[in-house]
Design a protein around this ligand. Structure first.
Ligand SMILES: C[S@@+](CC[C@H](N)C(=O)[O-])C[C@H]1O[C@@H](n2cnc3c(N)ncnc32)[C@H](O)[C@@H]1O
Length: 183
């Protein structure tokens, strides 16, 4: 009986710790839900991405935003992603598409990343994650940098534009912020 109880506690601890490494862990601030491709295109258009831009996607998942920024908009792009397996598959895709000279995938937390080379930042997180991230945006981003957030606002910042995009039955909000004009 005692052995069963210990096994149960051990199994529960393992499950909890595996979950903690996923969404809900101290640093993992959003589940991996990819942005629909039509919205990826809209976000990059709202940010007016051009070939001279350096686009940072914070929490880059499968890499679709950074890949699109390079392929369709000719920009350079950096994806920062916490989960090693997602970094590995995104990096493979970047390699397969021959985009290694323009797209970099970095494994780590966007809460501690140096964002100073970004001219555009894309986000698909949660309002609470944006709140945790905001001090890092304010520390590194230079005036004029455009920040686009899919569906979730950055509390405490005033947006420059709010664009509604319909995908089937769903309606999405794309918030555009310009650093230096957020108050
Ligand atoms: C909703 S998904 C968005 C993925 C991608 N940006 C897109 O729009 O398709 C959020 C991503 O953020 C990642 N993430 C969560 N917290 C993070 C952190 N602190 N640093 C880096 N990535 C993080 C998750 O692993 C997940 O892949």
């Amino acid at each position: 009986m005692r052995i069963h109880a210990i096994a149960l506690v051990a199994a529960t601890n393992l499950a909890v710790s595996a979950f903690a490494q996923q969404f809900g862990g101290a640093e993992n601030l959003a589940p991996n839900i990819p942005t629909p491709q039509i919205l990826v295109d809209s976000m990059l258009r709202v940010a007016e991405v051009k070939p001279s831009d350096v686009v940072f996607d914070l929490g880059s998942g499968d890499g679709r935003i950074v890949i699109t920024a390079a392929q369709k908009f000719g920009a350079r792009a950096v994806g920062i992603e916490l989960i090693p397996a997602l970094c590995a598959s995104a990096s493979r895709r970047v390699r397969d598409l021959g985009l290694e000279d323009r797209v970099k995938i970095e494994q780590g937390s966007f809460l501690r990343a140096d964002l100073s080379s970004a001219t555009v930042v894309t986000l698909y997180l949660l309002t609470s994650s944006n709140e945790r991230l905001r001090p890092n945006l304010e520390k590194y981003l230079k005036p004029g940098v455009r920040v686009v957030s899919n569906d979730y606002p950055i509390r405490g910042w005033k947006e420059s534009r709010l664009v509604m995009v319909k995908t089937g039955a769903a309606e999405h909000r794309i918030y555009l912020y310009k650093v230096g004009q957020t108050r």
